[in-house]
Design a protein around this ligand. Structure first.
Ligand SMILES: [Zn+2]
Length: 276
């Protein structure tokens, strides 16, 4: 389940596969690694091995960027940090976009399922999916640092109840800047677990494909303020753009879960979309 993640040895830099939570000694230099899970867990008693993997682990696909071997590696590394900062900020926007939920019903109303569903196409972000009503679509303001790497970022949003939230972002990169899926995922997971009151994050990762796009699907659960939540995180990319969708729904909301599933199953992406 976690075979794509590694623990970097603080002595020799070797990447040790994070197969179990008992990885303590480096398989290459055999020294004890400071950043091992049992010690980390002692300082973070409320956190799980999944939290550790996200916060401390290194994704397999990012090895090339994280293990500097030649001179160019420094340049690459700075670049990776920039992307981290970029996607990190966009991720924060998504996760923190808590609209006023005061007037919302807790459970997703059944009438949403029985309503007339239509396919809505979001021309600024390239999303297309069936839903009972049109999502909001908003271009995001970019910081100077983000604007250096990203031409535009557009968010879509739908929250019919306190229990169900669907958020997406579509990011168009500047020439010679490429989306880095493992880093995008890692950042967004970090943003998820750093939300207030989120604990017990568990997830599994699987490859996803849509049309000609490659991507990754993360499915999992977490606890938030006493509620047992399910989430799906889908990330797709091509050479120019990445699309990122997060659906979170209370496990105790069958209508919400059915609405989420129906929307996900109808998902299409206009992958040749270049600019607004
Ligand atoms: Zn080592």
């Amino acid at each position: 389940m976690h075979s794509g993640y590694f623990l970097k040895c603080d002595h020799c830099g070797h990447l040790n596969p994070l197969k179990t939570e008992y990885i303590t000694f480096c398989e290459k230099c055999h020294k004890k690694m400071i950043n091992n899970f049992p010690d980390w867990n002692r300082n973070h008693p409320t956190k799980t091995f999944s939290d550790f993997i996200v916060e401390i682990g290194v994704f397999e696909n990012s090895i090339a960027s994280l293990q500097p071997t030649k001179k160019i590696a420094t340049k690459k590394r700075i670049f990776v940090l920039f992307i981290l900062a970029t996607t990190g900020t966009l991720g924060v926007f998504l996760i923190n976009a808590d609209f006023s939920t005061l007037l919302m019903p807790a459970k997703t109303p059944k009438k949403l399922l029985n309503a007339d569903w239509s396919r809505y196409v979001y021309s600024k972000s390239g999303w297309s999916m069936e839903s009972p009503e049109r999502f909001s679509e908003t271009p995001l303001e970019l910081s100077e640092q983000e604007a250096a790497l990203v031409t535009e970022a557009v968010a879509i949003n739908f929250q019919p109840s306190k229990n169900l939230k669907i958020e997406g972002v579509s990011v168009l990169y500047r020439e010679k800047v490429f989306p880095n899926l493992p880093l995008i995922l890692r950042n967004n997971l970090q943003n998820l677990i750093h939300q207030q009151g989120v604990t017990n994050l568990e997830f599994k990762e699987s490859p996803a494909a849509l049309q000609n796009l490659r991507g990754v699907l993360l499915e999992g659960t977490y606890h938030k303020q006493g509620e047992f939540m399910r989430f799906q995180m889908l990330v797709y990319s091509n050479r120019f753009r990445h699309w990122h969708l997060v659906i979170s729904v209370d496990d105790d909301d069958p209508v919400g879960k059915a609405v989420a599933e129906k929307i996900i199953n109808s998902l299409e992406i206009e992958e040749n979309l270049k600019s607004i």
